[in-house]
Each structure stands twice: as C-alpha cells, then as structure tokens.
Design a protein around this ligand. Structure first.
Ligand code: PEP
Ligand code: MN
Length: 333
C-alpha cells in the first residue's frame, strides 16, 4: 500500500502517522520528492483501513499495490534512483559506460584495456575474476589474483571496478570491489541476494537467461528488502529461438522496467548478441531506447581471449562506438 502525503505537511504530523503505521507492524519506506512525500507500507497491510488513512487531513491519496515487489516499485519511489559509485552516478539522467574484458587474464591485459577504455570515455572497468562457465574444463578466471589485478588497473586509471561474485563464501575477497555483479546464472540465488542486501555497496544484477521482468524485480527486491537499495539492473539478452545470435536482446525491457521501477537499467549488448559486429548497433539501439548505461566487453587481443573473444570489441572499435553513443545521448537525453 502507498500513502501519498499532501504538499507541505509538517514533520511532526508525518512522524505521528508513521509511528501509528509502524505500531500496526508495518515497515515504512519514505520517499521524499521535491513536491511529494510517498510512504510505502511494507508488510501485511490487510488490517489497514484504507478509508480511514485516506480521510486523514495530511493524506492526499492511498493506493493498494498489487505487484509483489515493493522496495523496487516506482509507485513507492516516483523519482529515479541514482546509484553512486565513487564520483560516477548511474540513473536519473546519468549515463554510464562500463567496459573491459570478459575475464581478467594478466596484469598487462587488464591495465592495457583499462587505459584504452578510459581514454575512450568509459567510467567503469569490468572484468571477471570468478567466471561462471558452461563447461567445467573452460578457464574459470584467476579468482583472488584476478581481483588484485583489477585493483592494479583501478589504481592506474582511477576507474571503479565491476566484477562478478558467484559464491557467498568468496564475499570477503570483494570488500574493496566497487560494484559487485550478480551474473545471469545467479539471478535467483536467493541466499546470495539476501547476503548482498546486507552490504552498503552497489550491486549490478543481470537478468537470468530465462527469467521474466517480474522475476528480475523480485530478485532486486531480495537485495533491497535486506537493506541495500543500491541496485542497478541489467538486460543482457534472454533465450529464445534465435538461431544466429547467442541470445535475444529484449530492448523493450528497458522502457518497461523504467515504468515499473525507479532503479537504473543498463544493457549488455555483448552477451546479448555474442558477436562483436552486432555489439555497436545494439549498443546504439539501447542508448536510443533510454538505457541508463551500457556494459561492453573489450579486449586488446580478442582472437586470443580466454573467454568471449568473439563478442569482444577491440579498444579502437570501442572508442568509435563510444563517440556514437555520446552523439545518440545528445539527441535522446
Ligand atoms: C559476464 O558479464 O561476464 C557474464 C558472465 O555475464 P552474464 O552473467 O550476463 O552471462
Ligand atoms: Mn563474457
């Protein structure tokens, strides 16, 4: 249930209403906008008399929310969420370009790519140290050593680092990571999500290979309901009957998610297509479609990459794309 307060309500009256609602066993999410304060009532609201609340002098309107997600529901929080990663802002009109290799391989590789993507205008560096691979025989990342190499690249460039955590047991290694990525395969690892909800750190939550938008939002809800509101959603393609691309990029997910949630939504055209040649057109389409950012795989030597070389752009290709992305932003922003 959401309760919209009238403009200019005194702090005292607001506090009285909140403590009364809390006494009914509810948790109150307060969203203070420039013109409106919205109270989100979280918990069992079946015992709340809507008419009574609606009749209070300070209340403008009361609505029941039918969606099962509350913390990430735009109805509770009409204004866009801006997730801050150091000086970098994501959402609410702030567009972010995250770029880097699929996997961290060597110090030279990650530092070279980090410098190149920074020069092209990327604001964050991606790179997997713990890699979910379909085959147990494939390169599964440098693990702790990979995280150290990412930190070296961050020191060299100043770019915040985004990297995937697969298992809660490794969480202690991620203390100094700027953004923790939950990969598509772990989108419904509910224990992991709950644990990440206890952190004060941005989480990049990727949509699962065969998950609906509602399921994606429910996963965000797990993180947020545990207390961490800093969630960035990522559309990275879903499984359909596409035969020539790795996945199908569901671009309509971007405006739909913007309608449903206040969380920022970014797009990963690399995993969505699996083909480097298709990455620029899909990145531009996502930008035009209102995405809050892009996460793109870039490798200095894609042919010899240990993972996802076929979908990785070379630094010079990324640089050309980044210019075009900025041009599109100039039109749609
Ligand atoms: C990745 O970003 O490297 C990755 C494995 O992505 P996804 O979880 O979307 O497949
Ligand atoms: Mn990859």
């Amino acid at each position: 249930m959401i309760v919209v307060l009238k403009h200019g309500v005194s702090e005292e009256k607001k506090a009285q209403l909140i403590s009364w609602l809390e006494a009914l066993g509810l948790r109150i999410h307060i969203s203070m906008g420039e013109y409106q304060t919205v109270l989100g009532l979280i918990g069992d609201t079946t015992g709340v008399d809507m008419d009574l609340v609606g009749s209070l002098e300070i209340v403008d309107s009361v609505k029941r929310v039918t969606e099962p997600f509350k913390c990430c529901n735009r109805k509770f929080h009409p204004e866009d969420m801006v997730v801050e990663v150091g000086d970098v802002k994501v959402g609410g009109g702030n567009f972010v370009m995250i770029a880097g290799p699929c996997s961290v391989e060597t110090e030279d590789q990650i530092v070279t790519v980090a410098k190149a993507v920074k020069a092209a205008g990327a604001q964050m560096l991606r790179g997997g140290a713990f890699k979910p691979r379909t085959s147990p025989y494939d390169f599964a990342g440098l693990k702790a050593e990979g995280l150290e190499l990412l930190k070296i690249a961050r020191k060299e460039t100043g770019l915040p680092i985004v990297t995937e955590l697969m298992n809660i047991m490794d969480l202690h290694l991620f203390e100094d990571v700027d953004v923790i990525q939950v990969g598509a395969r772990n989108m419904q690892n509910f224990d992991l999500l709950r644990e990440l909800g206890h952190l004060d750190k941005p989480i990049l939550l990727k949509r699962g290979l065969a998950n609906t938008l509602k399921e994606l939002l429910m996963s965000a809800e797990y993180i947020m309901a545990s207390g961490n509101e800093k969630v960035i959603l990522c559309e990275r393609g879903i499984r359909t009957f596409s035969d020539y691309t790795r996945n199908t990029l569901d671009l309509a997910a971007v405006p739909m998610l913007h309608q449903l949630t206040h969380l920022p939504v970014i797009v990963d055209p690399s995993h969505a297509t699996g083909i480097a040649r298709l990455v620029p057109p899909m990145a531009l389409a996502a930008t035009a479609g209102g995405a809050d950012g892009l996460i793109i795989e870039v490798h200095n030597d894609p042919v010899h990459a240990l993972c996802d070389g076929a979908q990785s752009l070379r630094p010079e290709e990324f640089s050309v794309l980044a210019d075009k992305v900025r041009a599109i932003r100039g039109i749609v922003a």
